[in-house]
Design a protein around this ligand. Structure first.
Ligand code: AMP
Ligand code: MG
Length: 361
């Protein structure tokens, strides 16, 4: 495995490797992707194997320009209304964190779509990703570059730690700007439906094309406090190794202090209120393990904050990085505060909710 800065020269090398059937992890604005040539079944098999991803979980196909959408999707099979929505959405939100589910072209291998007659397609908003795909001369299948079910990678270092030698080249293009996976919108039949909340808020989609249906129950939109779903019924995903407990702000404030835990707050306001509670006043806000503590001495629980000002865009960008950081500390449990449910907040809560659904072995 070679970890290379995303220079023009290195992108060229990586593109040649992709074209030859190799695996390249590359930066996008959402999270790092694990790319393989979309029309090469052997490369697709390698993606599933490297991630330990079940074959029934289809891949997102990344294209280098909207004009090449026809290579993977067949828009002629859409209703005129859906075709018009696809046109409006791609014009407004591509390149960007929006994946569209469309009828698939026959030529695209069944492996890419797990046998479905539809394809998930996206035009990423990152210059290195666009250049890589264009130079490779092929559409690129690219799920997130992490082992299946684990936290998504928002930095090249996350990919190196998680996939290591399973990937041929990792292109380092800096931290992911959005930090959340794309919003997946199904236009393939019936009313448009969000299958996964993500980096493009539902409100922005609805402002353009009108009401969209919420996803199926298994898509795991975060529970609203009065009516929480049973986490045991949901698939675990986006999960750290450390057990995670997701709490509405009031619940987190009322829990007894756990010195063996780690805490992830949405903003400074709730964090500081919490710090003022019993037994917590001495805990420095951003303490890591062992900070100022001698061997055997009690250490304060680490505390992190998604966004000092409670800004959802900043919180989204910091989410996976801070979870990676807390997960590496070896604490007994991570307590995470639920964020405001509007805009990007619904995707942030979705990821935290699924992280909390992890079953303890
Ligand atoms: P990932 O690539 O790991 O970010 O995940 C891709 C997401 O897109 C998964 O939730 C898939 O189930 C979903 N997806 C991909 N292709 C399709 C499809 N043809 N129909 C519905 N969902 C899809
Ligand atoms: Mg993923």
């Amino acid at each position: 495995m070679r970890l290379l800065p995303a220079t023009d020269e290195n992108i060229k090398t990586a593109a040649a490797l992709l074209a030859a059937g190799g695996l390249v992890a590359f930066p996008t604005e959402t999270v790092y992707g694990l790319g393989g040539a979309a029309f090469n079944p052997a490369a697709l098999v390698k993606i599933f194997a490297a991630k330990n991803r079940p074959r029934f979980d289809p891949l997102i196909i990344h294209i280098a320009a909207p004009e090449t959408l026809d290579e993977v999707g067949d828009l002629s099979l859409l209703s005129p209304a859906a075709r018009e929505m696809a046109r409006l959405l791609t014009r407004r939100f591509w390149p960007g964190p929006l994946t569209l589910i469309l009828p698939k072209r026959r030529e695209l291998p069944d492996l890419a779509t797990s046998g479905l007659p539809t394809v998930a397609v996206r035009f990423p908003d990152h210059p290195a990703a666009q250049k890589l795909i264009r130079l490779s001369g092929t559409a690129v299948a690219a799920p997130s570059a992490n082992p299946f079910g684990y936290l998504s990678p928002t930095r090249a270092g996350h990919v190196r730690e998680q996939l290591g030698e399973r990937v041929d080249i990792i292109l380092d293009g800096g931290p992911a700007r959005v930090g959340l996976e794309s919003t997946v919108l199904d236009l393939s039949g019936g009313p448009p439906r969000i299958l996964r909340p993500g980096g493009l808020p539902k409100e922005e989609i609805e402002a353009l094309i009108g009401p969209v249906a919420p996803g199926p129950a298994s898509a795991g939109s975060a529970p609203e406090p009065p009516n929480p779903r049973s986490p045991g019924q949901l698939d675990s995903h986006y999960a750290p190794r450390t057990g995670l407990r997701l709490c509405p702000p009031e619940e987190l404030a009322a829990l007894p202090y756990d010195p063996a835990g780690a805490y992830l707050f949405f903003g400074a306001a709730s964090r500081d209120r919490w710090l003022a509670g019993p037994g917590r006043s001495a805990v420095p806000p951003e303490a890591g393990p062992g900070s100022g503590a001698e061997a055997g001495e009690k250490r304060p629980a680490p505390v992190r904050t998604l966004s000092e000002t409670g800004d959802l865009t900043e919180a989204a960008a910091n989410l996976f990085g801070l979870l990676h950081e807390l997960d590496a500390l070896g604490c007994a449990r991570i307590y995470a505060e639920q964020v405001r449910g509007e805009g990007l907040g619904s995707a942030i809560n979705d990821r935290l909710f699924r992280a909390a659904a992890k079953r303890t072995p």
